[in-house]
Design a protein around this ligand. Structure first.
Ligand code: ZN
Length: 202
């Protein structure tokens, strides 16, 4: 049974982010505008005027682990804050009503003009993402993806550049987001999803 989670022990960069947590930013009920809108232990706000309940949920995001024909991993360099200039994996937020698989396909076309083929779930990792003065709690879903051709690659404005790096040679300190660092470190250790290890080898 996993131990209890709370923000203090489970949020990367807790001290630097806590002033942009939702309970520090949201002041009014979005339904009736009342200021009696306290934040509660279960990660929700309750409006004491109209009874409206607003939950703070994790936002799903996807990250792609893609190797070239030499077994080198595709990493991008972030063109924008947060973590501008740091290494990242291709990917992005899952839209409402969208599957993680579709989000992967969409993001890879948008960011890099890459067509993703087969994909296998690798792992998930919680993260925080500060944007415009608000901390978002995310759940990054990492997939190992096959791409058959890199010939038509084109970068959008979220990405400064890209590089292919042998997994063993990736400097984890160069990776900006804590969840992506963890995903890449486990990829260095396992290369394929742990639950697929051993399959297809006989
Ligand atoms: Zn209200």
């Amino acid at each position: 049974m996993p131990g209890p989670l709370n923000r203090e022990n489970n949020v990367y960069g807790y001290e630097s982010l806590k002033n942009s947590f939702p309970e520090k930013v949201f002041r009014f009920c979005p339904r009736c505008g009342s200021e009696q809108f306290p934040f509660r232990q279960d990660n929700s706000f309750l409006c004491e005027q109209c009874g409206f309940v607003f939950f703070i949920n994790a936002a799903a995001a996807v990250a792609a682990l893609i190797e070239d024909s030499h077994g080198r991993l595709l990493l991008t360099r972030r063109a924008k804050e947060p973590m501008k200039g740091k290494l990242d994996l291709p990917g992005g937020f899952v839209d409402t009503g969208e599957s993680a698989e579709h989000a992967l396909e969409r993001e890879l076309v948008e960011e890099l003009n890459l067509v993703v083929g087969e994909k296998a779930f690798f792992m998930s990792c919680p993260n925080t993402y500060e944007y415009a003065g608000l901390t978002y709690f995310t759940l990054d879903l990492a997939f190992v993806c096959k791409v058959s051709s890199f010939d038509a690659m084109q970068l959008d404005d979220e990405i400064d550049s890209f590089e292919f790096i042998a997994p063993d040679e990736i400097d984890l300190e160069e990776i900006g987001l804590a969840s992506i660092r963890k995903i890449v470190s486990l990829y260095q250790a396992y290369k394929i999803p742990p639950f697929l290890e051993g399959r297809g080898s006989g």
